[in-house]
Design a protein around this ligand. Structure first.
Ligand code: ZN
Length: 367
């Protein structure tokens, strides 16, 4: 992407606009002034149509920004760090540090953007029905309602890196627990959707005479094909910068549990632990399992008194164990196949730490 123009910070997140947005704006204002608004609200002067076009285009960009904030604020709730939001030719891009912590988190983050656009779109549609404002204003509101609904619906196309593609991958990832399998499933569907957009766009351009609309669809299809290929590279080989071995990225354990500890004794500590916190379970100096705190949160409180750590832990035989000298690339494969997306780091039989998918992917992901 070309250099972008900084626009300031909102909620601590740097916002910028790419130069391609200026081109999109010019094209949009021209189309609204000469085509859309004269057709829906005839009899106005050229100056009024220009004013309507500029206002509608500016509010459209605001709608894209709100859509991206939907993603960014949900990502923040999932514990991710938001790097920036950039507005560009195809809408907006929110960038995050690290990787989605779980499939369910990716699903929620992906859905948050289109949810904002659809609520905005249907809200504006309601306002356009009842308002007693001048027809010119009503026409602009009506157009904004439709464009936000289209933005929300279009983004739900099941093609990576669109929101629908992330929704699909997050769902498959959450169900199977296997990120690689989920990525490949989503990419296969993405390719079919991309080729459909290209073919459909060409047919639409030739058949309907709306050349710009058809070419636009085909260009988005090409963009999806390229972006899906980049997504595969980012998801399969993403070693953090500088880190070569697991020793460099793992977290040492600060506490451990014994198998016979009652869950009721842990409830208070677990309530304040960040999502995904896990403790090793040690018996006689040997690792016998791993307790993920989220499991306790899911257990009804009346069962806390009877349950012990041994009842809720992941048993050693089901865990992925790796050596601290393992390369990040090799570990990344093993961890993405692990049901819980984690591996325990064991050095000569002694447990020294844990790594998860977030530690093994230093890349920024965008939505
Ligand atoms: Zn989105």
């Amino acid at each position: 992407m070309q250099p972008s123009i900084p626009l300031g910070r909102i909620a601590g997140i740097p916002i910028s606009a790419n130069w391609s947005l200026v081109a999109l704006m010019a094209l949009l204002v021209w189309d609204l002034k000469n085509g859309v608004f004269p057709a829906s609200d005839p009899g106005q002067s050229g100056g009024v149509y220009l004013l309507m076009g500029v206002a509608a285009a500016a509010c459209f960009v605001l709608g894209i920004l709100l859509h991206e904030f939907g993603h960014a604020l949900q990502a923040r709730r999932e514990g991710m760090t938001i790097h920036s939001i950039t507005l560009w030719l195809f809408g907006g891009v929110a960038r995050f540090d690290g990787f989605f912590p779980t499939g369910a988190a990716e699903l929620r983050i992906a859905l948050a953007g289109p949810a904002v656009s659809l609520v905005l779109g249907f809200g504006l549609l309601g306002i356009a029905q009842v308002s007693a404002v001048p027809l010119a204003v009503q026409t602009v509101i009506w157009w904004l309602a439709i464009i936000n609904i289209i933005l929300g619906a279009f983004n739900m196309l099941p093609a990576l890196p669109l929101d629908g593609g992330r929704t699909l991958r997050g769902t498959v990832w959450a169900i199977t627990g296997n990120l690689d399998r989920a990525t490949h499933t989503a990419l296969r569907v993405s390719r079919v959707v991309a080729l459909g957009l290209i073919a459909g766009g060409i047919m639409f351009a030739v058949g309907s005479g709306n050349a710009i609309g058809g070419i636009w669809l085909a260009v988005i299809g090409v963009f999806v094909l390229q972006a899906a290929a980049a997504e595969l590279r980012a998801s399969t080989v993403a070693p953090p910068t500088g880190a070569r071995q697991i020793r460099d990225v793992m977290h040492p354990f600060t506490a451990s549990l014994t198998p016979n500890t009652p869950i009721s004794e842990l409830a208070a500590a677990v309530a304040s632990a960040p999502p995904g916190t896990a403790y090793p379970v040690i018996d006689d100096g040997e690792v016998v399992g791993l307790l993920v705190c989220d499991v306790i949160a899911a257990l009804p409180p009346d069962r806390h008194a009877r349950a012990r750590v041994a009842d809720l832990m992941i048993a050693r035989r089901d865990l992925t164990l790796i050596d601290p000298e393992t390369t990040v690339a090799t570990a990344r494969e093993a961890v993405s196949r692990d049901r819980w997306g984690r591996a325990l780091v064991v050095d000569g039989g002694i447990l020294i730490g844990i790594v998860d998918l977030v530690d093994l992917t230093g890349r920024r992901f965008a939505i």
